[in-house]
Write a protein that binds this ligand. Sequence first.
Ligand SMILES: [Zn+2]
Length: 391
Amino acid sequence: MKSGFHFGKIFGISIHIDWSWLLIFALVSWSLASSFGLAHPGWTVSMQWGVALTAALMFFASILAHELAHALAARAMKVPVKNITLFLFGGISNIQKEPNTPLGELIITIVGPLTSFILGIVFLTLGVGSFALNNISLANPATALSQIGPVETIFIWLGSVNILITFFNLIPGFPLDGGRLVRAALWAVTGDLSRATHWAALLGQVIAWALILAGISMVFGASIPLLGSGFINGIWITFIGWFLQNAAIQSYRKVIIQDVLEDVPVKRMMYTDVPIVNAAQSVQTLIDNYIMRSDNQAFIVFDGEKMVGLITFDDVRKVEPQARINTLIKDVMTPSQKLIVVAPEEDAANAFDRLESGNIRQLPVVTGNKVVGLVRRKDIIRWLQLQSQFQ
Ligand SMILES: [Zn+2]
């Protein structure tokens, strides 16, 4: 999840919005505007849209509150939180390490659904309270809804949606909150995080496949208990199942990789024969004399005695072939101050995390001002392949 934009910071935690979230925002606003239009024929079009956009924004705030609850609980328990990403299916708190104990996991997990549930109850109470205040009879809910004003309409919708978010997140498929609770329980019983994750992820995949099958049957006209029926609903359920299936496999892989790479220092798997090039040489010279003469993909750039940056195969590819003779290495390299680096004593798990989140192939390994090696994605993968868990 690399695409999107930075939205801001709340309590020091940066909020990232993926482009896919804009799609869901537009979809929610549009479907709300049309259903508010049906329920309130008296409203003008601008009023329908005004209310719909406000409701959609508060929906966004509700999901953010859910994720912030996870993030703040994690931080309170000394587990670092990188950021919160909002995307198609809601939010993800990028909590960087696994909690230290099953109880820690339980607390960090439960605060999310709890926040959604409390928000749901508060909004519903506010909305339903206004029926009583305005002497609206609840005997016929449809007419009752058409009699309430815009503020109450928003409250009722947000209340129900937050309850829905609560239950969706409690589906026991890892990495959803419900699956994390299952994992915390298994972890507490077995005392083994990897094994607990393995079982929780397996259950997650079973549930994901059940949703996919249910969704496909709904597309073909079946009616499924709890999920209902209908073509569009079926497509949604299939899509959610497919997403959960991927998420279960990926989070399992991530936990296992973290587990294997933790406590292994970077220096054990770094590549030490780092090639050096001169900043004032042309990109064409780099291709002719270095890239085509070895299988190196990254070169440390020196200006005289001083290291000034790193140039990679990908940097070179971005230069138009006819411009390569007149382009200097220093013009397209990543300068030292912008490089993401790692220390030789650091955990390889940290290095892998940086490679993944930066979507890059290699990190310079630096002590003081000196580059002592490169840790490359392929070296880490080779190292992982040599471990029994990956055979
Ligand atoms: Zn959650």
